[in-house]
Ligand binder design. Sequence first.
Ligand SMILES: C[S@@+](CC[C@H](N)C(=O)[O-])C[C@H]1O[C@@H](n2cnc3c(N)ncnc32)[C@H](O)[C@@H]1O
Length: 172
Amino acid sequence: MARQILLDAIKACEGRTALDLGAGGGIDSLFMAESGFNVTAVDISSEHCNRIKAYNHPNIEVVCCDIRNYEFEGRFDLINCSFVLHYLKDDARGFLANIRENTAKSGLNIVKVLLGHGYYGHQTGFLLPGEIQQVYANWEILHYSEAFKPLRYKSSMTTGKQLAAFMLAKKS
Ligand SMILES: C[S@@+](CC[C@H](N)C(=O)[O-])C[C@H]1O[C@@H](n2cnc3c(N)ncnc32)[C@H](O)[C@@H]1O
C-alpha cells in the first residue's frame, strides 16, 4: 500500500518538484527522480545521505540535516513525509503546518506516520488516530487509511505492532 500511494501521487502530481523528508536510503527519492521529478532528499543521517549521493542521480539533491532545520526555498509540488514525523515527537504538529505551507497550489503531500496506539501507545508525543485527517480537513484527501505495521528491534530482539496512518492529500 505504501508504494501504491507514491505511484498514485506521481500520477496525480501536476508539477515536477519533490521533497523527500527523512529520505532514509533514498528508495522513494530514486523512484521519484526516475519518474521525472527534481528531488530534494533530506535526512539527518550522514550514512543515509551518503547512500543517496552514491546513486549519483542528476535529479536528486541531498541535504543532510534535521528536517526541523531545513530551509524551504520555494514551494514543492510533491512532499513525501514517510515514517519520520514520529521522531519529532511534540514538534510533529508544528512541522506538519510547515509542510502544508510549503506545498505549491494543487500540490500533494504524502504523510505516513506511526500513531500513538500499539507498541508505543504508552509514549507521549505521537499523533493520534484520525488526527492527520483533521489537520488536512481543508485539502482534498485522495487516500487515508490506518493499519498496524509490524516493528522489529534488532537491539532488543523484540517485535511489536504499531498503528500507522497512510495519507495522500491535494492542496486546494
Ligand atoms: C524509518 S526511516 C524512513 C525512511 C523512508 N522515508 C521510508 O519511508 O522508507 C526514518 C528516517 O528518518 C530519518 N530521520 C529521523 N529523524 C530525523 C530528523 N529529525 N530529520 C531528518 N531525518 C530524520 C532517519 O535517519 C531515517 O533515515
